[in-house]
Design a protein around this ligand. Structure first.
Ligand SMILES: Cc1cc2nc3c(=O)[nH]c(=O)nc-3n(C[C@H](O)[C@H](O)[C@H](O)COP(=O)(O)O)c2cc1C
Length: 478
């Protein structure tokens, strides 16, 4: 495998040869990272969540009172990555559903928090456990080099535990690790936003230095995203890692008796470690046939929406409320992509039942316009492309996230591959939240026949489908 494009090709699904590996139940990964032998702070579950409409979640708001920050940081972690529902299985064990979706419900993404000058918390590096609603203190001491003044600083970091997804999906799992991390990045931005903590997304950093700061085993777990909050920015340098609270922290990256991340996955992570050379925005300007979308209206409470989100597959071919679908598209337009991420093209396939002109549309998020590129009823074919998941044909629309991977690699370097997938996951998360707020169903789809997808969407040479999110009416609205 020479390049990240080779990885993409190698992990493409073709009819008759779906990549993956038979999961070995004896080596099933634990979906939670539970540290032992380190100081633990119990955070509790926030019940009094702010009541901010979803379409205003990311508006700037006044920084909170300094005395409340520790509680708000904990509440942000729990809303961004916590447990939203528990389900008892036939064998009596309890399955924990999270506020974020995850391919195969394998939950590879872990959340860490570095803080300094926050009243009520020791300076240091923490790991957030959704299982026990607690934070484990992994390093105690100054984590950031002294900036100006002594204001509070916080930085969230997301990693991926590779065996968790790799166990089931084999080499293709790196794509899912990235999409999952994108989901949680957006979940974090929303949660930090409504708690007034700000949040600046950052996909570019020195992997080795960050993995070292987090004390993870880099062959089992890798850093993917930073979100800077409070007085912290991308320019806030990490300090020399303070003393770890235990010697064996890297051992906790082991998620199974014999964690075996696929070598191709590790190689893809290694190849994409370089810094991305951006900004790059190659999205074409909307043409004359582009229709402006109405400003979105999503007054539902953000926190309630996050807690209610689920993947739904019980779509019914009923006429969908067109205005609601337009509002969901509009929610994606409100989002401002961070630098270096103008890489993802957004489109949607509209079913006749959507009330929108049936066919393939491009969504120009920066201009909040949509333009139909091709007519026809395409969802049945799209369901076939998605590994014959037939229920998808009953959705009202399939939102599609694509990228010109070849040009990205050439112009921005291999790390742009990560950016594109995480952006697709992040935008997909907005689609989920928008659908939930409108009492519609949504389901993310990472499994599709890659070449057939490119043909269906009439993608130019070098472009690929990264992710699809189906949205529509469901049998049992909540
Ligand atoms: C990246 C990604 C890919 C997914 N792919 C599929 C898929 O191909 N088919 C499917 O039925 N669900 C898919 N899902 C949905 C997950 O199965 C679902 O998130 C998981 O079971 C947890 O349930 P929840 O979303 O209701 O919390 C995907 C989710 C993500 C984030």
């Amino acid at each position: 495998m020479q390049s990240i494009l080779d990885y993409h090709e190698l992990t493409s699904h073709r009819r008759g040869s779906i990549t993956g590996r038979p999961p070995n139940q004896a080596n099933r990964p634990m979906p939670f990272k539970l540290y032992r032998g380190v100081p633990v702070v119990t955070t509790g579950v926030e019940t009094d969540l702010p009541d901010i409409p979803l379409d205003r979640a990311r508006e700037p708001r006044t920084p909170p009172d300094r005395a409340d920050l520790a509680g708000l940081l904990a509440a942000t972690c729990s809303l961004a990555a916590g447990i939203s529902r528990m389900h008892t299985l036939a064998n009596g064990s309890v399955f924990h559903f999270r506020t974020v979706p995850s391919a195969g419900a394998l939950y590879p993404t872990e959340l860490y928090l570095a803080v300094q000058n926050v009243i009520g918390m020791d300076d240091g590096l923490y790991h957030y456990s959704p299982f026990s609603h607690s934070m484990s203190l992994l390093r105690r001491g100054s984590v950031f080099e002294r900036g100006e003044g002594d204001g509070p600083m916080a930085r969230f970091v997301l990693t991926s535990v590779f065996h968790r997804s790799g166990w089931k999906y084999g080499p293709r799992a790196y794509r899912y690790c990235l999409l999952d991390a994108g989901h949680m990045a957006q979940s974090l931005l929303v949660a930090a936003g409504i708690h007034g903590l700000g949040g600046i997304l950052d996909y570019d950093f020195d992997d080795t230095a960050l993995d070292d700061m987090l004390a993870v085993d880099p062959l089992l777990e890798g850093s993917l995203v930073q979100v800077h909050a409070l007085g912290c920015t991308a320019d806030t340098a990490w300090a020399v890692p303070p003393q770890a609270t235990a010697d064996d922290l890297p051992d906790f990256s082991r998620s199974a008796p014999r964690p075996e991340p696929p070598p191709e996955l590790l190689e893809a992570h290694r190849i994409t470690a370089s810094f991305a050379r951006c900004p790059m925005d190659r999205r074409p300007a909307p043409g004359d046939n582009a229709t402006p979308l109405l400003p979105p209206s999503l007054p539902a409470s953000t926190a309630a929406t996050v807690m209610a989100r689920r993947s739904r597959r019980d779509f019914v071919p009923r006429d969908a409320p067109t205005r609601d679908l337009v509002d969901i598209l509009g929610l994606l337009c409100l989002d401002r992509a961070p630098e270096c991420t103008g890489a993802v093209h957004t489109g949607f396939l509209a079913a006749p039942a959507s009330g929108l002109p049936a066919g393939l549309h491009a969504l120009h998020r920066a201009h909040c316009t949509a333009a139909r590129l091709a007519g026809g009823s395409l969802l049945t074919r799209s369901a076939r492309v998605c590994l014959d998941q037939g229920w998808l044909e009953n959705a009202a629309m399939h939102m599609v996230f694509t990228a010109d991977l070849a040009t990205l690699e050439h112009r921005c370097g291999p790390r742009a591959y990560r950016h594109a997938h995480m952006e697709a996951g992040r935008l997909g998360h907005l689609a989920y939240l928008g659908a939930t707020a409108k009492n519609l169903g949504a389901c993310g789809i990472g499994a599709f026949f890659d070449q057939e997808a490119a043909q269906l969407l009439a993608l130019p040479e070098g472009h690929s489908l990264l992710y699809l999110v189906a949205v529509g009416c469901v049998q049992r609205p909540r």
